[in-house]
Design a protein around this ligand. Structure first.
Ligand code: S3P
Length: 169
């Protein structure tokens, strides 16, 4: 079983690229944030506010374990923190191709300029938060990935095509 798993920072394009990829490859699509929201019946922001980040990370991990048992290949878009947790690395690699969507902090800031849905970017100092968190997570993303794609200046379709080219066997 070979899923195609998209990892990377908030605003790297995982959600939009995953939709194109799933459609082009004729595969099912699963977004970990959406699946957790569906299972919990509340938003990611509410889970962070009510239960805290560690509880959300545990939900992500449990979902990942469930996906490792899924027989049907899927395109999976992950939340930005999932692949940054070292304990998820082996499990991710077992799922199939793990594609890291690399993005510069400036691109994240412009893509998420009008977005207030990310609990980790609430309050002031957004530029500093993005730069610091991205720098901390970068090595973990690289270690979890089987393939890296640079996304700056590219459309979701261009990125999806590059992924198909790079992961076809
Ligand atoms: C998070 C990224 C979000 C979501 C949650 C935490 C993170 O997903 O899982 O807000 O830790 O980077 P997106 O990458 O889809 O924004």
């Amino acid at each position: 079983m070979k899923h195609k798993v998209l990892i990377g920072f908030m605003g790297s394009g995982k959600t939009s690229v995953s939709r194109i990829l799933a459609e082009s490859l004729g595969l099912g699509l699963l977004d970990t944030d959406e699946e957790i929201e569906r299972l919990q019946g509340r938003t990611v922001s509410d889970i962070f506010a009510e239960d805290g980040e560690p509880a959300f990370r545990q939900m992500e991990r449990e979902l990942l374990m469930r996906l490792s048992l899924e027989k049907k290949p899927l395109v999976i878009a992950t939340g930005g923190g999932l692949a940054a947790q070292p304990e998820n690395r082996q499990l991710l690699k077992k799922l199939g191709d793990v594609i890291y969507l690399q993005v510069r902090p400036e691109t994240v800031l412009s893509r998420l300029a009008d977005d207030s849905s990310r609990p980790l970017l609430q309050g002031g100092g957004r530029e500093e938060k993005v730069k610091t968190l991205l720098a901390i997570r970068q090595p973990a993303y690289e270690a979890a990935a089987t393939c890296c794609v640079c996304t700056d200046g590219k459309s979701p379709r261009q990125i999806a095509e590059e992924i198909m080219e790079r992961t076809k066997k």
